[in-house]
Design a binder for this molecule. Structure first.
Ligand SMILES: C[S@@+](CC[C@H](N)C(=O)[O-])C[C@H]1O[C@@H](n2cnc3c(N)ncnc32)[C@H](O)[C@@H]1O
Length: 295
């Protein structure tokens, strides 16, 4: 595998994914009972934005760094979700005495957990796994394994509540999309109320829409036949059908907690203004998989 998340750490897609992850965790924490955070493709947990890999594409410059500058210059307070995310990033930076570091999903997630919650992180590459283990210490269970295969081992959790983050590299794009679909079905079959968050790349908008349409046809139902609620959110910083590379970031969420979609309609436009100053992209929040009109 060639993929190293260090090349992309803190880019616009990470920001979209991580703000949303924290919003979902805050939503789950509205109930006192504990839950499991299961991150099947966890990465190394902590990235150095000053190292050679990160500097190569300098992707954080148009992600976290751009958001920080936008909010510093803004004449009004940031949306709660954006302020929460930046507050945690800054907290981790000062805790580690390292202003250049950027926390990945495991470290950000851990900061939003309460004593009654727990976390399991899975990463397949031994070097990334070792770094992850060092980054999270004793605060989570960390496995060096295939997250798609190990997912079933952790579900259903004893808490009967979970947030499952599935964030593969999409190096083998078609195979990863198929594996993601299987993992989604398996998760919801084992725990129908699981909050599942799947990140997907938007390279060619039409391909993305076809994938969502296919998922809609096979979308799982809970016992008794009730449809499992879903939420689609996208942020794109180039036209959705640009052939240039990664145009946008998408998240498919099953069982979104109460009010997350409503709040997202407030913070996502602000995040889009911050990360797409040329306004060539856009944003989307939709509580259905059906692609009824191209945005
Ligand atoms: C997009 S990165 C994860 C980023 C992380 N979730 C975050 O937001 O900070 C994908 C990670 O999945 C790892 N990976 C690839 N295939 C995997 C598999 N089958 N099981 C577990 N991890 C895998 C890669 O090594 C890489 O570190």
């Amino acid at each position: 595998m060639k993929y190293r998340h260090a090349f992309h750490a803190g880019n616009f897609a990470d920001v979209h994914k991580h703000v949303t992850l924290l919003a979902l965790l805050r939503g789950l924490a509205r109930k006192d009972t504990g839950f499991l955070l299961l991150d099947t493709h966890a990465g190394r947990g902590l990235y150095d934005l000053g190292d050679a890999d990160a500097r190569k594409g300098n992707e954080a410059a148009t992600g976290i760094t751009r958001l920080e500058a936008f909010l510093t210059d803004a004449d009004r307070p940031a949306a709660t979700e954006l302020a929460d995310y930046l507050g945690i990033v800054q907290h981790i930076r000062s805790e580690r005495r390292d202003r250049r570091c950027y926390p990945g999903s495991p470290l950000l997630g851990l900061h939003a957990l309460r004593p009654q919650d727990r976390a399991v992180f899975i990463e397949t590459q031994p070097s990334e796994h070792a770094a992850l283990r060092a980054a999270v210490g004793k605060h989570a269970t960390v496995e060096c394994a295939d997250g798609f295969l190990r997912l079933a081992n952790w579900l259903p959790p004893r808490e009967r509540r979970a947030l499952v983050l599935i964030d593969p590299p999409y190096e083998e794009t078609a195979a990863d999309f198929r594996a993601v679909q299987r993992a989604l079905n398996e998760t919801l079959r084992r725990l129908a109320n699981a909050v599942v968050m799947i990140w997907y790349p938007i390279k060619h908008g039409r391909d993305t829409d076809q994938w969502l349409e296919r998922l809609a046809l096979q979308w799982p139902t809970a016992a008794g036949g009730a449809a499992i609620p879903c939420l689609v959110t996208e942020l794109w910083v180039h036209p959705r059908d640009n052939r240039a590379g990664l145009n946008g970031s998408g998240l498919l969420i099953a069982n979104p907690p109460y009010l997350v979609a409503e709040q997202m309609r407030l913070w996502l436009p602000e995040l889009h203004r911050a990360l797409d100053p040329a306004r060539t992209g856009g944003w989307l929040v939709r509580e259905s998989l059906a692609v009824t009109s191209a945005p």
